[in-house]
Design a protein around this ligand. Structure first.
Ligand SMILES: NC(=O)c1ccc[n+]([C@@H]2O[C@H](COP(=O)([O-])OP(=O)(O)OC[C@H]3O[C@@H](n4cnc5c(N)ncnc54)[C@H](O)[C@@H]3O)[C@@H](O)[C@H]2O)c1
Ligand SMILES: O=C(O)CC[C@@H](O)C(=O)O
Length: 470
């Protein structure tokens, strides 16, 4: 446990920081008391860890949209940040007006953070995608303006795999249709074209976190598993990687997609692919709505080529929950789709379990506050991954420099020249494409030097953004 004396000392450090006069824009007011109260709990990297004064002017503002889990709200509130929480996504105009002010934004899959929106985000430091997919964010543009993006790469993988496994059985037994019939009073006890899944072949497109989990579940049900992926991946159990999509399609009774949304995966399954599948096979998509050409799927079901489908994701999805939203105005083929037999439709809930959402809330909120408070970018999806060990209580005159810059020759020389009056205790720099990120801890810095260091770094040509933590 951290002793009361240590907490007191920390409070004094923060108070000293607050008393700085003439400090640079990057040097700021300290976190509020609620943040201090949480130090023993949250600053758990080491008992001796010094909490760094995290940001520029004023308190840190966080905008959380799309009902991200309360674990995230609690963690970020405990940090002392100002947290604004919304259950839904926001229309573009409202989003632009809110994103202007905030230092971090947390979203799920609905909020599109395009260049047009991000251009207004003058104070933004980081984005948290409280999900796996990051296709809703212009990652390249975010990096270009020095904004690190974090996601939760596998906290909901199991939930998706379990849903898909259930759908495989449900499609094979036409459970969706029987249930709808009984809800409306029709008793229809049939076995025609209802199958066991044991001994059938499951074809998984994309053998990443979800595909691999599903592979294990499917084998436990006695299924044979084939998978197709653009990279060579070690098979789990008795699964087997095939070298072409066509081979997978022609040999599988069930085909399920677990690929990201990319230009290459757009309409990955369309007319030719459905034609290549076995007669009476099934299609599942819980990845992204663009991966399957749904009008082509509708045709394939209508002519009896495909015996059923389960879809969790759609090219356009409603921004909020409610009746009357999943209609032809959203996607022109919806009334056609909903009228088909043995088609299970779910509202993008593959990853929506209590377990997954709470784990995602903790994981992404932690990544956000570690980046805001310490500059640690490990796990970022668009940014060089850089981390330095935390500072100790005894390092009172040590300043952490976070310098995001264009990846061009000569920058380190310039920066180290600026820092050369101080001892560079540790330094780590990495680059990704056109962006580079330098973290350095410099000691023996008097408070009066901080503004000067900031101004000099700010004047460097390669600078994208700077933060000084101390
Ligand atoms: N429905 C939901 O609620 C839900 C939940 C989580 C994830 N998802 C979606 O599922 C996708 C997959 O998730 P994951 O965690 O398994 O991702 P992952 O990154 O672990 O795996 C994706 C796999 O797809 C492969 N791949 C990429 N392009 C391909 C192509 N053109 N052809 C074949 N394989 C290709 C990759 O090599 C990788 O192995 C996510 O990108 C996300 O969009 C949906
Ligand atoms: O929760 C969401 O909105 C997205 C879930 C899923 O598609 C993901 O990418 O993790």
């Amino acid at each position: 446990m951290t002793s009361p004396q240590q907490i007191n000392k920390l409070n004094n450090n923060f108070q000293d920081a607050l008393n700085l006069s003439g400090s640079a824009g990057a040097v700021s007011t300290s976190p509020v008391q609620s943040f201090m109260n949480t130090l023993p709990h949250r600053q758990s990297i080491s008992k001796q860890t010094k909490a760094l004064k995290p940001f520029s002017t004023g308190d840190i503002k966080i905008l959380l949209l799309e009902n991200v889990n309360q674990t995230a709200v609690e963690i970020l509130t405990e940090q002392g940040y100002q947290v604004e929480f919304h259950k839904t996504s926001l229309d573009d105009e409202t989003l632009i007006s809110k994103i202007k002010d905030v230092h971090a934004i947390g979203i799920r899959s609905k909020t599109k953070l395009t260049e047009k929106i991000l251009k207004h985000a003058k104070n933004l430091v980081t984005i948290g995608c409280f999900c796996i997919g990051t296709n809703q964010v212009d990652l390249e543009y975010a990096a270009k303006i020095g904004v690190a993006v974090f996601n939760s790469p596998f906290s909901n993988s199991r939930s998706v795999a379990e849903l898909v496994m259930a759908e495989i059985v449900a499609l094979a037994r036409q459970i969706g249709d029987r249930s709808i019939e009984l809800h409306t009073g029709t008793w229809n006890k049939v076995s025609n074209k209802c199958w066991e899944v044991r001994g059938k072949t499951l074809g998984i497109i994309g053998y990443g976190h979800i595909g691999a989990q599903l592979s294990v579940l499917a084998e436990a049900f006695g299924m044979r598993v084939l998978y197709y992926d653009i990279v060579t991946i070690m098979a789990l159990g008795s699964a087997r990687q095939v070298s072409t999509l066509d081979e997978l399609l022609s040999k599988s009774d069930f085909v399920t997609c677990h690929v990201p949304e990319t230009p290459e995966t757009k309409n990955l399954l369309s007319f030719p692919q459905f034609a290549a599948m076995k007669d009476g096979s099934y299609v599942i998509n819980a990845s992204r709505g663009t991966v399957i050409d749904i009008p082509a799927l509708i045709q394939a079901i209508k002519v009896g080529k495909i015996a059923g489908a389960a879809l969790d994701v759609y090219p356009h999805e409603p921004p909020k929950n409610g009746a009357g939203l999943f209609v032809d105005n959203l996607n022109p083929w919806i009334s056609d789709l909903v009228s088909l037999p043995n088609v299970i439709l779910t509202p993008h809930i593959g990853g929506s379990t209590e377990e997954a959402q709470s784990a995602i809330g903790v994981e992404v909120a932690t990544a956000l506050f570690r980046y805001i408070n310490e500059g640690n970018s490990v796990g970022s999806v668009n940014f060089p991954e850089v981390s330095l060990r935390s500072l100790g209580y005894d390092q009172e005159k040590t300043v952490r420099v976070l310098y995001i810059h264009h990846n061009v020759p000569g920058v380190l020389k310039t920066v180290n020249n600026i820092l050369s009056d101080h001892n560079i205790e540790k330094q780590y720099s990495d680059s990704q494409g056109e962006i580079a990120y330098l973290m350095a801890d410099i000691s023996n810095v008097n408070q009066s030097d901080i503004k000067d260091i900031y101004d000099q770094l700010n004047a460097t040509e390669a600078k994208i953004s700077i933060r000084l933590l101390y």
